[in-house]
Design a protein around this ligand. Sequence first.
Ligand code: GLC
Length: 741
Amino acid sequence: MTTKEKCEFLAQQNGAVGRNKRLGMEGITPLDNPRGGDDYYRLPEEICTSKYHPVCFPSMTNLGMSWNREAAEEVGRLMGKECKGREDVVRWLFRPGMNIKRSPLCGRNFEYISEDPVLTGQIAGHFIRGLQSEHVAACAKHYCVNHQECRRMTVNAVVSERALQEIYLKAFEEAFEVEKPWSVMTSYNKVNGSWVNSSRSLMNYLREDLQYDGVVVSDWAAVHDDKVAAHLCGMDVETAPSDCHSEILEKAVESGEIQPEVLDKSIERVERLIEKTKAAAFEEVDMEALHERSVDLAADSITLLKNRDHCLPLTLDENVLVVGQLAKRPVVMGYGSGGMNGYRIESPWECMWSGWKGKITFAQGYEQSETAPAEYRENEELIREALEAAEQADKIVVFSGYSYSHESEGRDRQDIELPKTHRDLLETMLSTGKPVVLVLTAGAAVDISQFADRLAAVLFAGYAGEGYGRAAADILKGGREPGGRLAETFPMNLEETPAYLSFAAEGEDYPNAYYGEDIFVGYRYYDKKKFDVLYPFGYGLSYTDFQYSVTDLSVSEGKIVSKVEVINIGKRKGSTVVQLYIGKKDSGVKRAVYELKAFSKVYLGAGECQTVTLTVPIHKLKIYSESQKKWILEKGTYQVYFGTSVRDLFAEKEVSIDSSDRVFIYSRMTPLFDFIRNPAFMRMIAAEAPGALPLLDQKTNPHLPLIWSLPIYRLSEPIAGPQIFTEEMIDQIVEFCNHSE
Ligand code: GLC
């Protein structure tokens, strides 16, 4: 290929990448979903022009709530089959989204998995494995620190290196340990002042730390004046409008600013991806079978958050009022490039009344536009109708939640409350004094704290895909189990969420968004602040009950291995998720109280018992030391917690971990303050230089606080009194402290 041809090969031209007509290379066309075309930006009521309508599986948020690695892998596999179920086979899918759910305000949260990097990485990695097992290339996105839609293409995320390493990049590392995607998409935003594409540190992390040699593509139109720098940093392909600045790259090669070998490396990666996907051949897809699986997968992710007096499941002879437009016109998926309209959407209502023996009625309750910006038209007439209908009912099931007018790609939420019309309806239904069940659909946590105590039951369904209607109806009627557990915290209010003070880079902050919460994202924040939450990370109920006991815990061959026996002591089958968290109460560094390190989902029939093994490699206990610019393992005692949520723990154990890593490195520039805090230092002074002791104790030297911020090397000078140490003593002290226990 000529230089011009190489540059065009590496630029998306009319949708395709890797194209060269002269050499007969048709390239490959990546899409955001198996249907592709422009339809995926269409809204439900718009007529889709595509002749191919693949099944809409549960969102990534719901796969997170399933805590089910196999489910994530299956959805990846089935989506891969759908990619091959059309004549023009889709061989490259720009999925999964896997950014951390930093704030419930983010409009694209439905495309993302969890507030925790381990759960995010496990689910994303298994989705990638499933999709690529069908020879369709996955694309882990958006790398990285992409957590808001407001000004997403120019915002600059200002984030600590430790939060980057332990939270935002950690999710990609976890996923890549399961399965490396054949491509990665960089994000729109800057991180710490650099566009990601041309950030030497972030691209080196990908290429060197994660040893990633797949194709790196930019997000659409995310390359600006840094095209050449991006290619020099390891970006392979620019995706964007037609020409993708290929002539800029050509000039840079001709001027010697970029070596042809850099392009050749990128071409080789693209060719490798194309080669791997050649095996993806057309095969008929049984859409009905996939639709049925979408129902099972939806149920496995829908989360029961409250069930007072076993209000659920409903009995078919009860008189029930079903209220809410969303019962008949459900929103089963978010909107934007992650959206899909689905093959066949069944509404909760049409699945509720079938087989019902009691009286079941419907009331609209509110009007909700799926597209127009949220307008709260007064719904007094609709609420009055619902109130009248409630007179005949024993129980009331309210379907409430968001739609595209509240959250979508390109649009963050304005708040996290239910729409006012829904709140008015709920208040009215609660005023009847009858048991009210809330079925909630949204892409992330919603503040329902004003209702939670008064509601009889709460189901959170996320955006569970086209199987949602039947799954929710079956769960309400007891035909299926609610299998979900929260993958994100439900807060008491927006003001107490970790990113509240800095989300969306509003006003004078712009273009910066300051990630002031640092490593304290999600439950890490609420636990550290000792905040109450409405429903904690990992929480969810079943229709049955389980008993748990830790039967073994050992440290061997670089791993912490535990066994937990789970017994279904209830009367019906069900599932639960055993979660393992690890913390260090006496840590010498800032830490979360404890963090998720392993989990296992268990499905058991009534009376059945199973022992699960939870394994944590010891290197997963490391923290990132900004001062040492590396990962370190703090030695000592760690607490190992076992629970069914981050706040529902059923066992606490301890393990002792040895390590030669130092949490703190002393130098001549280390303040005297940090030496005095080290008991070994004080013991050494008492033995070797007792005359200095009175000067190092506030009781005998009230001026000490005035000087203890001095770097230690200064103490060889007479400061605020006689000389404390000689110059040669300074180096001996530093050396001693860097080797003391
Ligand atoms: C969008 C999204 C990205 C998507 C791409 C191609 O702007 O940010 O996730 O894959 O463009 O549609």
